[in-house]
Ligand binder design. Structure first.
Ligand code: ASP
Ligand code: MG
Length: 412
């Protein structure tokens, strides 16, 4: 007998029939003798609708308004937790819902993107020990000043992993509309393969670089607490992908996956003075405006006291970034600003980069052979990212997938 946390995403609970389907999956684990805590998302589309209600009512620019936003948008999960408890009772499984504030799931006060600080599992354990399935709405918690908070979009993954950590669950199964984590996006790379296992760190890079299977924070949480997370489909019974410690992965591969994002925009400042402190002056106003800068390159031109700086921000942040830079124009004294939104970021990820030379070079060579121009490069310990013209995205992904030996074998 084990204690399992099962999490079902929005598409898995999109209507009553799907919630019934979820109930039978939960029942199967109960019948196998396990204790089960379930975390649910809101029905697909509901959170978007709630966000729209709230933002149509008020601009959500004051802290007080953002707090009420949380009250509104957290309600979608409450509905599904009650519905699933009902569906379970209907098929003879003892079940009850317990909302974030009832446990409670304590968070900080940062409304709309709160962080979980502690989960009280005492009552939960009590009900689990009494043979009940407990259904907990994801995405929500309660702050120290007793107000409902939400964890940021996609936050129920984090709720589930946090609950699994707090309960010291054997495993956290995240049921979703894909059947696992792939070497690349199968919609763009037909030869992408499902990974049986993936290390936390690699998954963290994949999630933050655009593979939208799990909320990035949930992966951080899993890594920190060593929670075994399985990503699997709620629409078939195939094994999914298991997130585990790197050491647990026997078949060691150098490169694990190729991720991409179409959500970057490139900004170039030309004619920036080539003296100490300039980068700080440029990125200061962006940080003040809460804009995350991702990739950065600075060009050094020979015999010149001026240089160009190129960096990327998300497409949503682009206009704010330009406004912030233009307002500081007399200090920064750049000649001009160029932007390019027609770009995509492609990232090659693998822990093999720590110990093997030449993996980045293989990326550059492969792209060069396909005539793909690289506009910006950035690296970390286990990934290399390049910014390329968006039109070349599919070509680049497929070529890299083949070059690193990730392609699925043809069926004979
Ligand atoms: N319902 C919330 C959202 O759409 C949380 C979640 O589904 O993970 O962001
Ligand atoms: Mg999700």
């Amino acid at each position: 007998m084990a204690l399992l946390v099962l999490k079902f995403g929005g598409t898995s609970v999109a209507d009553l029939d799907r919630i019934r389907n979820v109930a039978t999956k939960v029942k199967r684990e109960v019948d196998a003798g396990h204790q089960v805590a379930v975390v649910v998302s809101a029905m697909a589309g509901v959170t978007n609708q709630l966000v729209e209600y709230a933002s149509s009512m008020a601009p959500l620019s004051t802290p007080e308004q953002v707090a009420e936003y949380d009250t509104v948008v957290s309600s979608g999960e409450q509905v599904t937790s009650g519905l699933l408890a009902l569906a379970l009772q209907t098929i003879g499984v003892q079940a009850r819902s317990m909302l974030g504030w009832q446990l409670p799931i304590r968070t900080d006060e940062v409304h709309s993107k709160a962080r979980i600080e502690a989960i009280d599992t005492a009552i939960l354990h009590q009900w689990l020990n009494n043979g009940f399935v407990v259904v907990v709405p994801g995405f929500q918690g309660i702050s120290r000043d007793e107000r409902v908070t939400t964890l940021g979009r996609g936050g129920s993954d984090t709720s589930a992993v946090a609950l699994a950590a707090a309960l010291q669950a054997e495993r956290c199964d995240i049921y979703t509309d894909v059947d696992g984590v792939y070497t690349s996006d199968p919609r763009l790379v037909p030869k992408a393969r499902k990974l049986q296992k993936v290390g936390y760190e690699e998954m963290l890079e994949m999630a933050s670089l655009g593979a939208k299977v799990l909320q990035t924070r949930s992966v951080e949480m899993a890594m920190k607490h060593g929670v075994r997370v399985q990503v699997r489909s709620s629409f078939d019974d195939a094994d999914g992908t298991l997130l585990v410690d790197e050491e647990e992965i026997m078949e060691r591969r150098l490169i694990t996956g190729i991720a991409y994002s179409r959500n970057e925009a490139q900004v170039t400042l030309t004619g920036v003075k080539n003296i100490p402190g300039v980068a700080a002056e440029i990125f200061g106003p962006l940080a003040d405006a809460e804009i995350n800068v991702d990739m950065i390159v600075q060009n050094v031109t020979e015999n010149s006291d001026a240089t160009d700086i190129t960096f990327t921000v998300t497409k949503e942040d682009l206009q704010n970034a330009l406004r912030a830079l233009e307002s500081k124009r007399d200090v920064l004294q750049y000649r001009s600003i160029f932007t390019d939104e027609n770009v995509a970021k492609v990232s090659v990820i693998g822990v093999g980069m720590r110990s093997h030379a030449g993996l980045a070079q293989k990326m550059f060579r492969t792209l060069a052979d396909k005539g793909v121009n690289i506009q910006v490069i950035s690296t970390s310990e286990i990934k290399v990212s390049v910014l390329i013209p968006a039109d070349y995205l599919e070509l680049a992904l497929r070529a890299l997938h083949t070059a690193y030996g990730l392609d699925a074998k043809e069926e004979a």
